[in-house]
Write a protein that binds this ligand. Structure first.
Ligand code: NDP
Length: 318
C-alpha cells in the first residue's frame, strides 16, 4: 500500500437498494459518488427471485434485474461503480475530517463523506436440504415471498419477534402455518406471542426443530424432530420460512462507530447520521425492524441528502 490514498468526495459502501439509491441522489447533487459493491454486488435482492412489492413494477420484477436497473440509474448520473470490498476503516485520525477506508486490503481511499449501506445477512439453519432448496420454497422473508404460497400450507422456524410477526402475516395469506420453536418458550414479546396463539390457523410447536426439508427441486414437506423425546414427524408443506435473525454486516466498523448490542449501526433520531461526523448509515445495516427494499431505498435517499448538507456545512466553514 505504498500508493498515495485516492481522495473521494462521497464514498458509498454497499450496492443494495440503499447504496444505489444514495448513489442516484448523490450523483445528481454532484457529490461524485464512488460505490464499492462488496462481495455480493446488488445485495440480498440478487438472491431472491420475484420482487412483487417494490413500487413502480406493476408486473413484478426479478431481484437481479431490479438491481441492474438501480445500478444503471446510478451510473446514468455519473456514479463510479467499482467491484471491491471495504476491508478496514479508520474514522479517528485523519486531519481535515477525512475518513480512511481500505479496499480489498490493498488500496486506501480518503473520503470526505461515507455512506455505509453494507446490509445484513439472514441467518439460516445450515442444513444441506435447506440450502439446496433456497429459492425453491425456502425463504428468509415472509413479506417478500409469502404471497407465492397463497392458500397453501407453510412452516416457519424461530421464536423471536420476526418469526411471530411473519407467522401472523403468513396466516393471513396461507391456509395453515406450522411454527417451530426450538425451546419450550418463545423469545418474542408477550404481545407478539399473544397474536400468534390467538391466530387459529397457526399450529405452534415447542421443542421442535427441523430434521430435514423434503423435496428435490421444490419444498414438498418437512421432517420435524421433538428435541425432548426424539420423536420424528413429517408434514406436507410448500413453503418454509426461516426467521431466526439477521446479522448486520458491520464487523469492519467495530470500535469505529456506535452500534447496538446486535451490531446494528445507531443513527441519530430520524436522520442517517452516525456518531462520526460525515459518516452516514442507510438500509438494513441500521434497520432491524422493517428490512424492505423500499425502506432501504428510502434511507439511501436520506443518507445522500444528509451527506449533501454535511458537505455544504463544512465547505461553508472552510
Ligand atoms: P431474535 O434473535 O430476537 O430471535 C431469533 C429466534 O430464532 C429465537 O427464538 C431463537 O431461538 C431462534 N433461533 C436462532 N437460531 C436458531 C436455530 N438454529 N434453530 C431454531 N431456532 C433458532 O431475532 P428476530 O429477527 O426475531 O429479532 C431481531 C430483533 O429485532 C429483536 O430485537 C426484535 O425484538 C426486533 N424486532 C422487532 C419487531 C417489532 O418490534 N415489530 C419486529 C421484528 C424484529 P432461542 O430463543 O432459542 O435462542
Amino acid at each position: 500500500m505504498s500508493e498515495a490514498p485516492e481522495n473521494i468526495k462521497t464514498l458509498i459502501i454497499g450496492s443494495g437498494p440503499a447504496g444505489y439509491t444514495a448513489a442516484i441522489y448523490a450523483a445528481r447533487a454532484d457529490l461524485k459518488p464512488v460505490v464499492y459493491t462488496g462481495l455480493e454486488p446488488g445485495g440480498q435482492l440478487t438472491t431472491t427471485t420475484e420482487v412483487d412489492n417494490f413500487p413502480g413494477y406493476p408486473e413484478g420484477v426479478d431481484g437481479p434485474t431490479m438491481m441492474v436497473h438501480l445500478q444503471q440509474q446510478a451510473e446514468r448520473f455519473g456514479t463510479d461503480v467499482r467491484i471491491g470490498m471495504a476491508t478496514a476503516v479508520d474514522f479517528s485520525k485523519e486531519p481535515g475530517g477525512m475518513h480512511r477506508v481500505t479496499i480489498d486490503d490493498n488500496k486506501e481511499v480518503l473520503a470526505e463523506t461515507v455512506i455505509i449501506s453494507t446490509g445484513a445477512t439472514a441467518k439460516y439453519l445450515g442444513l444441506p436440504s435447506e440450502q439446496r432448496l433456497r429459492g425453491g420454497g425456502v425463504s428468509a422473508c415472509a413479506v417478500c415471498d409469502g404471497f407465492f404460497y397463497k392458500d397453501q400450507d407453510v412452516a416457519i422456524v424461530g421464536g423471536g419477534d420476526t418469526a411471530a410477526e411473519e407467522a401472523t402475516y403468513l396466516a393471513n395469506i396461507c391456509n395453515k402455518v406450522t411454527m417451530l420453536v426450538r425451546k419450550d418458550k418463545m423469545r418474542a414479546s408477550k404481545a407478539m406471542q399473544h397474536r400468534v396463539t390467538s391466530t387459529p390457523n397457526i399450529d405452534l410447536l415447542y421443542n421442535t426443530e427441523i430434521d430435514e426439508v423434503l423435496g428435490d427441486m421444490v419444498v414438498k414437506g418437512l421432517r420435524m424432530v421433538n428435541n425432548q423425546t426424539g420423536e420424528k414427524e413429517e408434514i406436507a408443506i410448500t413453503g418454509l420460512f426461516i426467521a431466526i435473525g439477521h446479522k448486520p454486516n458491520t464487523d469492519i466498523f467495530i470500535g469505529q462507530i456506535e452500534m447496538d448490542d446486535s451490531g446494528y449501526l445507531i443513527t441519530e433520531g430520524k436522520s442517517t447520521k452516525t456518531n462520526i461526523p460525515g459518516v452516514f448509515a442507510s438500509g438494513d445495516v441500521q434497520d432491524k425492524e422493517y428490512r424492505q427494499a423500499v425502506t432501504a431505498a428510502g434511507t439511501g435517499c436520506m443518507a445522500a441528502l444528509d451527506a449533501e448538507r454535511y458537505l455544504a456545512t463544512i465547505e461553508t466553514l472552510v
